[in-house]
Design a protein around this ligand. Structure first.
Ligand SMILES: C[S@@+](CC[C@H](N)C(=O)[O-])C[C@H]1O[C@@H](n2cnc3c(N)ncnc32)[C@H](O)[C@@H]1O
Length: 235
């Protein structure tokens, strides 16, 4: 199990679930997210890609195996140090970010990945609007931005609602071309995974099953779902 997945950020939140003692749940979610990203096929071999809010770099190093060059940026120096130690690659570079101006020129990136960053906890109100302006600035046209976020079917203190996300991105010229759930927050099977009652050898099968099952569901009021969003900046 990759122990960096339960590392906490400065607010005490994990890259995935900081409370996952044994690491099985995080390993499952990590596998499922990567499978969903592979199926979305947004990142191409010639691409220069930004992993925005990269944390310990679990997705930066994964992207590096698929793309020409990857930059991971984050506001926390401690997380970037772990990224540089555990999630390296000849074509991955980690860089500090002041939380305001993304340190790259206009239209620098072919594609951008944002996982569990575009939410009210990390980017509330005006900060969110500012970040979207910055992401739009550094993305080429045509270019693609993929986000994975928790989505609830009701107003919630830490997460934006689906319609709010779509409207905010659209205001910044980033049009949503698809969005769908990939995982359910409190799926009973996930508890069995977390307790170590399902062997990690079954994770690929379960992740494939879950992706297929969720695809045509919608957000629910009581439980969050992880959604994958694809936004495009047109020519
Ligand atoms: C839940 S973690 C997700 C990390 C990584 N994307 C992943 O999925 O493994 C959220 C990350 O957002 C970073 N973060 C906090 N404030 C930020 C900001 N203003 N801009 C970009 N990232 C920020 C945190 O330091 C943390 O690494």
């Amino acid at each position: 199990m990759d122990s960096t997945l339960s590392v906490k950020d400065a607010d005490g939140y994990g890259m995935l679930d900081a409370a996952d003692k044994h690491g099985y749940k995080n390993a499952y979610i990590d596998y499922l997210q990567k499978l969903a990203l592979d199926r979305e096929a947004a990142f191409k071999p010639a691409d220069v890609v930004l992993d925005f809010g990269c944390g310990v770099g679990r997705l930066s190093s994964w992207l590096a195996g698929r793309c020409r060059r990857v930059y991971g940026i984050d506001v926390e120096a401690d997380l970037l140090r772990l990224a540089a130690q555990y999630h390296t690659g000849a074509n991955v570079l980690y860089q500090a970010y002041d939380g305001k101006t993304i340190p790259f020129a206009q239209a620098y990136f072919d594609a951008i990945l944002c996982v569990r960053v575009l939410n009210k906890r990390i980017l509330p109100g005006e900060n969110f609007d500012w970040a979207l302006g910055e992401l739009h600035r550094i993305l080429k046209a045509p270019g693609v931005l993929i986000a994975i976020e928790h989505v609830y079917g009701r107003e919630q203190s830490k997460c934006y609602q689906r319609e709010e996300l779509l409207a905010s991105f659209a205001r910044h010229g980033l049009i949503c071309t698809s969005n769908y759930p990939i995982r359910k927050g409190h799926w009973p099977v996930l508890y069995l995974i977390r307790l170590g009652l399902i062997s990690p050898g079954f994770f690929p099968l379960l992740a494939q099953y879950e992706l297929g099952k969720r695809r045509h569901e919608r957000e629910a009021c009581l439980d969050y779902k992880d959604y994958l969003f694809r936004f495009e900046k047109k020519d």
